[in-house]
Design a binder for this molecule. Structure first.
Ligand code: KG4
Ligand code: ZN
Length: 348
């Protein structure tokens, strides 16, 4: 069994994990930086980068101690090399390079999105390629066909905001604080999802792309009108997001038949995949299409280092290691061939 040290630092979570190629999670540690960013209502890149500098080295040692291992026992060091907040990514990648060089171990530069995309295979050994992936996080909202490690075809992306961004902005508008997604979900449980009429952008459109900017503006107007209860806004917002995700996936499913072997499994990954309403709607969609459904456990949906270690293990098994001078990348699309979606502000 190969043992991979995984390091994650692309946003506001510093994380380290030791993952076996047999899917064993030997250790995983996570240190959020919520307190440092809370006064600003969102992640401040410079504060995040400095916090990673302070947190990562002792966190990696703690993970090694948890697993009862030393660096000598590790077969490769994997770190997020992008996309993300570049200062933080550089801190994690440079740390990985130093450890790899000092211990004479190979380095694996992991695409954070590939970490999310392959994380369901860490959770579920029976999940085979190809699968249809809804990748929903704070920075991305994409539908991808996953044919293998490093083999991604992007079928849809957002033309403006990501779904997680819409959750975070809704939380800010409703003054729920940061981080927003789980707070909106909790408040939505007590609200009426039909109380506030909100738009479903791009519903029924010919392309399978997403858009959430208009929904966010409608949430702002609903809040400013003063005529709705916050819990009703939260519930109505969440229901609108669910409708958009399901409609766009239906569109992608109706178009993916001509792409060779049809994926038999629907998979969801990324922080927004922790949302219970979204998970149940996706499961129902998969049932309607006679597809399997895989969603990683909640802790594996939001940013963590286990998924980076696992992506490292998948790459290591294929002999995919990287030179020590590899650069950190703020943008790094999983499918570089994908055409830019129309509209501005398209994320990698
Ligand atoms: O994957 P992730 O941890 O970080 C990125 O790579 O972006 O995703 C973070 C996003 C945030 O926008 C957060 O609000 C959202 O995931 N999120 C949720 C939930 N938990 C986290 N959104 C909706 N419901 C949740 N329960
Ligand atoms: Zn992420």
């Amino acid at each position: 069994m190969a043992i991979i040290l995984g390091i994650e630092s692309s946003c506001d979570e510093s994380a380290a994990a030791l993952i076996g190629s047999d899917r064993s999670i030997l250790a995983h540690r996570l240190a959020g930086q919520e307190d440092a960013h809370r006064p600003y209502g969102g992640v401040v890149p410079e504060i995040a980068a400095r916090a990673h500098v302070q947190i990562l080295t002792p966190l990696i040692q703690a993970a090694l101690d948890d697993a009862g291992l030393t660096l000598d026992d590790v077969d490769a060091v994997a770190a997020t090399a992008g996309p993300g907040l570049i200062g933080g990514v550089m801190v994690g990648l440079v740390t990985a390079k130093a450890l790899a060089m000092a211990a004479g171990k190979p380095l694996i530069a992991v695409n954070h999105l590939e970490g999310h995309a392959l994380s369901p295979r860490l959770a579920d050994a029976s999940l085979e390629f190809p699968y249809l992936l809804l990748l929903v996080s704070g920075g991305h909202c994409q539908i991808l066909r996953v044919d293998g490690v490093g083999q991604y075809r992007r079928l849809a992306t957002t033309i403006d905001d990501a779904a997680g961004e819409a959750f975070d902005k809704t939380a800010k508008i409703l003054r729920l604080g940061y981080p927003g997604g789980p707070k909106v979900e909790a408040l939505a449980k007590t609200g009426d999802a039909r109380a506030v009429p909100l738009p479903r952008p791009l519903l029924g459109s010919a392309e399978p792309h997403f858009s959430f900017a208009g929904l966010k503006s409608a949430v702002l107007r609903a809040a400013q009108s003063g005529s709705h209860r916050p819990e009703d806004i939260a519930a109505s917002f969440q229901a609108a997001v669910v409708d958009c995700l399901i409609d766009r996936l239906e569109k992608a499913l109706s178009g993916s038949a001509d792409e060779g072997e049809s994926p038999r499994t629907l998979v969801v990954a990324g922080g927004v995949a922790a949302n219970g309403a979204i998970r149940s709607a996706l499961e129902a969609l998969a049932n309607r299409h006679d597809m399997g459904f895989v969603a990683p456990p909640l802790w594996l949906c939001t940013d963590n280092a286990a998924m980076i270690g696992w992506a490292g293990a998948e790459r290591f098994a294929l002999g995919l290691t990287d030179p020590l001078d590899i650069a950190a990348r703020p943008r790094w699309p999983l499918d570089p061939q994908a055409e830019a979606a129309r509209g501005a502000g398209v994320k990698a």
